[in-house]
Structure formats: structure tokens, C-alpha cells
Design a protein around this ligand. Structure first.
Ligand code: PEP
Length: 256
């Protein structure tokens, strides 16, 4: 049984005070959420504030990036052990913005994922095609290739801790959500590749969808059989909007 996982990706937003205020309101709105995993991926500078605000709750803390190296002369970088020390239980790796803007390649993403697993942090490994690639009918090839390359260093024994996020680049921050059927088609493909790579237990790996998820579309997206969660950017910046997404199963949300 794959437990749903809803992740807020704040990207480069929020000061420490804004982050703390968000957490206070989110906790008030969610109460004790036990049916789904809720994760907040905060900027490095807000990790401590969010960690403190989350004490005593089941909401998990995530970082948005990490260095694959353990320690040393890597100015400006943050190691997996530092993230663990800061209270992170998850970390996004290979987000399309890091691939496109900072030249991150599959091999490096794979090393980051393995390094995170080595310190007990669950990597959320992102894959997804651009609009150009989709229009050229290359979605399946691109996603399969990114997935294989980004998981090369991940050992089968660790896959219980692995999360994959399918994020079509054309749907991120654009308001153009993939239809639930388009997303399901790619999730099914990812599921098949995970089984090939890791054997039958590959079917247990959770796959999140990301790309303009909001309260209005989350119910239809989460209804797809191979979609196990959402990675949410813009709509995660306000606590009430993210709380609605987390409570996607509630009647109130179905009515919106
Ligand atoms: C993201 O940040 O991964 C994302 C999917 O952003 P948005 O929800 O704004 O499209």
C-alpha cells in the first residue's frame, strides 16, 4: 500500500519569519493529519525555523537540493549529513529548475540520491520532459532515460525510502496542468521502469505528480491509480491553499 505524499516546494520564497508563520497556520488548519504524508521543502535558511515549528507534528521537513559530497572544500554547498542534522527527512533532487538553470545532470542527481539515502534522508527524484520533447513524441524516452540515469547509484535495498516525482516541465509554474490521464500515462511508464530496475518491490515506490497542482485539480489527479502524491510549487506558498491540497479527500475540497 503506497501512502499518499503531498510535498510543498517553496523554491526561493519566504524569510524565516514568513516560514514560521506558515507552519503555525498550516498546523492549525490540518490538526493531526495521519492519512497522508505531508512534507515541506523549505530554503536552506528557513530549515531551522520550519523544523522548530514542526516539532510535535507529523509533518516532515525537506530540503530542495544537496551536495553529493560528504565534506570538504565545496564552498557554498550543503552536505547530506548537514541536512540530517537540520532535521530533514526528505530532499528534492534533480528538480527541472536545477537541471535547466544550473546544468545538473542525471549522474550527479543519482549520486545525490544515493548520498541522501546513506544518511537516512529520502530523496524525491524529479524527472520530466519539456514541451518541445513532448511535441516531438519523446516523452517516454526522455523520462525513462532521466529515471535510469538518476537512479544508477541507488541500491535495491534502499528503495523503500525513495520517492519519484514526475514533473512535466511545461506544466511547472505555468498554470498548464497535465490532464490526469496524461499524468497517469507517464506514471504507469515510470512504474514499469521502476519494476524493471528494482524488481517487484519497485511497484511500491511512491510517484508524485508535479505541475500546477492546486485545490481545484488535486482530487482528479490523486484519483489516478499510479499517482501517489503531489509536488506543489505555487499553490503551496499560502497555508490555506496547501492545506486544501493536503485534505484533498475531504468533502469540502471535492466541492470546490
Ligand atoms: C514545482 O515546484 O515542483 C512545481 C510543480 O511548481 P508549480 O506547482 O508552481 O507548477
Amino acid at each position: 500500500m503506497r501512502r499518499p505524499i503531498l510535498t510543498a516546494n517553496w523554491k526561493m520564497h519566504k524569510t524565516r519569519a514568513q516560514a514560521a508563520a506558515f507552519v503555525t497556520v498550516l498546523r492549525e488548519q490540518l490538526g493531526h493529519t495521519t492519512e497522508v504524508d505531508v512534507v515541506i521543502a523549505a530554503p536552506f535558511t528557513s530549515l531551522a525555523a520550519v523544523h522548530e515549528g514542526l516539532l510535535g507534528s507529523e509533518i516532515a521537513l525537506a530540503a530542495q537540493n544537496v551536495c553529493a559530497e560528504a565534506e570538504g572544500a565545496f564552498t557554498g554547498e550543503i552536505s547530506p549529513a548537514m541536512l540530517a542534522d537540520a532535521g530533514c527527512h526528505y530532499c528534492i533532487v534533480g528538480h527541472s529548475e536545477r537541471r535547466a538553470l544550473y546544468g545538473e545532470q542525471d549522474a550527479e542527481i543519482s549520486r545525490k540520491a544515493a548520498a541522501l539515502l546513506g544518511v537516512g534522508i529520502r530523496p524525491i527524484v524529479c524527472v520530466g520532459e519539456t514541451l518541445e520533447e513532448r511535441e516531438a513524441d519523446r516523452t517516454a524516452d526522455i523520462v525513462a532515460s532521466q529515471l535510469a540515469g538518476s537512479l544508477t547509484d541507488v541500491e535495491t535495498a534502499a528503495i523503500g525510502e525513495l520517492v519519484v516525482a514526475y514533473e512535466p516541465v511545461w506544466a511547472i509554474g505555468t498554470g498548464h496542468t497535465a490532464t490526469p490521464e496524461q499524468a497517469q500515462e507517464v506514471h504507469l511508464l515510470i512504474r514499469a521502469r521502476l519494476r524493471e530496475r528494482f524488481g517487484a518491490s519497485g511497484a511500491d515506490i511512491r510517484i508524485q505528480y508535479g505541475g500546477s497542482v492546486k485545490p481545484e485539480n488535486v482530487v482528479a489527479i490523486m484519483a489516478q491509480p499510479d499517482i501517489d502524491g503531489a509536488l506543489v510549487g505555487g499553490a503551496s506558498l499560502a497555508p490555506d491553499s496547501f492545506a486544501k491540497i493536503v485534505r484533498y479527500e475531504s468533502q469540502e475540497n471535492r466541492a470546490t
